[in-house]
Design a binder for this molecule. Sequence first.
Ligand code: ADP
Ligand code: MG
Length: 244
Amino acid sequence: PKSPIGRIVDPLTGVASFSRYAGARKFYELPLSKRTKNGLEESGFKEMTDIQVASLPHALCGRDVLGAAKTGSGKTLAFVIPVLEKLHRERWGPEDGVGSIIISPTRELACQLFDVLRVVGKHHTFSAGLLIGGRKGVDTEKEKVNELNILVCTPGRLLQHMDETPNFDCSQLQSFLAREQVLVLDEADRILDIGFKKTLNAIVSQLPKRRQTMLFSATQTKSVQDLARLSLKDPEYLSVHEEA
Ligand code: ADP
Ligand code: MG
């Protein structure tokens, strides 16, 4: 494997290390915070699935990741865990605003993944919000978005906030200390299938260039690869297929 990005280090040893965790099959073998470990344990998660084994050591080192694995293979934890760990390591607090944006193709999927975040992240103290279309109260939402650390959103609603919400400026994030935002595109193939390509491009263009991006999909289509080319930096391409 390539040498790891030096910025994110093993909290136990202070050394940036990918290879140390490359063979890990169980969550407790990974360099995770106690809060995340407890959340996983209490939810009954012990053994990692293949896509989690393949991607978590990279994602936890701060690398951009394009992960492809079929539906039901456990992609949600493959990005929820790195999001929690990154904010935890960077000591993200209530006044620091948006540290991570997770984009999901549909309201239903956004709700499901918000539940996973809530359960696995229950010992963390970050604020998280679900920004999805079709709900009343976009104005109330506007007063709150700037206080949220983790946004779980559908593309249209996120762009609406970027366009309309005063002071909702994600591009400021990069200036503060060495902090780096995390962008996740879940079910990227479906986001593109639904016709959100333009919306996604508009969103990505408003985000800081210096960030960690994780893109997950069930299939590796041409448009997913195009999206990866546009939004990922020197990514790890991780594809997990069933054995025949
Ligand atoms: P995908 O996004 O790839 O379709 P999900 O993240 O929704 O898959 O996970 C599918 C199911 O597998 C969920 O019910 C989830 O709780 C379960 N799951 C995920 N990771 C693990 C794991 N490491 N051990 C046991 N079950 C898991
Ligand atoms: Mg999924």
